[in-house]
Design a protein around this ligand. Sequence first.
Ligand code: FAD
Length: 330
Amino acid sequence: MKKGVFVIAEQRDGNLQKVSLELLGKAREIADKLDGEVVAVLLGYEVDKLTDTLIHHGADRVILIDNINLKHYTTDAYTKAICEVAKKMNPEIIFIGATYIGRDLGPRVAARLKTGLTADCTGLDVDEETKNLLMTRPAFGGNIMATIECPNHRPQMSTVRPGVFSVPCADYERRGEVERFDVSIKEEDIKVKIEEIVKSMKEKIDITEADIIVSGGRGVGSKEGFTLLKELADTLGGIVAGSRAAVDSGWIEKDRQVGQTGKTVRPKLYIACGISGAIQHLAGMQESEYIVAINKDSDAPIMAVADLAIVGDLYKVVPELIKEIKAYRQ
Ligand code: FAD
C-alpha cells in the first residue's frame, strides 16, 4: 500500500477554497518524496462536480463523502466523517487549510485519532533520512521558526496557512479515481443545529486572493492617508492592505494585515508605501511576483527585496503614479 498524503478539500457553497488547491500542490511534492499517493477528501452535499478540479491539481484519488448532513459545516459531522475515513485508510499525513473551518476541525480530528497536530504551518518538507514530515511554523510569538516532527504517531497532521504555497497549474489531461465513501452520520450526531445562515452584508475582502495589493505602513502617517492608497488601488483594480504598524494604529482592519502574524500574500504586484520591510512583514509578501517599494529611506530593508525601489515621499510619488496610470489608460 502506498503511503497516503491526504488533503481535506474545503468547499463552501460548492466552491473549493483556494488553499485546498495550494495544499494539493504541496502534497504532490511530499507524496513524490515518499513514493506515496495524494488523496483529496471532499466532504459536502452534491459536490461531485468538484472532483475533476482536485484531480487536475494533483490528486491521484478523491474520496467523496456526499451526505445531506455535510451540506453545511459542523464540527461534529465533519470530524466524524474524516475520522471514519482515516481509521479505515490509515493515511501517513493529513493536511488541512488553516481557515476558520480548518482551525476548528484540525485539533478535533487529531485528538480523536490520538495523534499530534502542528497548527498554522508556513513550511512543509520531508526528512530525507527518517521520511518524517517536517512542519515549520512561527513559535514563541513569531520570534523563531520551529520545525516540528511527529515521529511516534500517525497520521502526521498539520493545518497550513492559506497563501503560503502557490496553486499548481491545472493539468486537464490528468486522470484519477473517485471513490465514494459512505459515513453513518445521523442528525442526532450533530450537537449544533443550524437554524439559519445569515451572510454578512459587510464587504469581506480576502487579501490572499488579490492580484494587486497596495500596502501602507507607518510612513502613511494617518487613516486619511489610506484614502490615497485606496485611490491608487482602485486605479489599478487592486485592494489595500497594510503592515502591523498601520493595523495597530487603527488605520486599516486587522484582516488586511500582511506578515507573519497577519496573512501571507503572493499577488502579481505588491506596492509597499511607507513600509520599512521588517522581517515579519517580508515573511508575508516576499513571494509576490513584482514588488514596488516607495520609501523616503533608500536603506530601508524593503528596498532590497523590491524589483522597483522608488526613493521619495509617498505623498508626492503616489499622486504622480495615479496621474500617470490614468493618462496611460486614456
Ligand atoms: P516602520 O518600520 O516604522 O517603517 C515606516 C517606513 O516608512 C520607514 O521605512 C520610513 O522611511 C518610511 N516613511 C516614513 N514616511 C514616509 C513617507 N512620507 N514616504 C515614504 N516613506 C516614508 N509587522 C507586519 O507588518 N506584519 C506582521 O505580521 C508582523 N508580525 C510581527 C510579529 C512579531 C512577533 C513581531 C515582534 C513583530 C511583528 N511585526 C509585524 C512588526 C514588525 O517588526 C515591524 O514593527 C512593522 O512591520 C513595522 O511596520 P512599518 O514598516 O509600517 O513601520
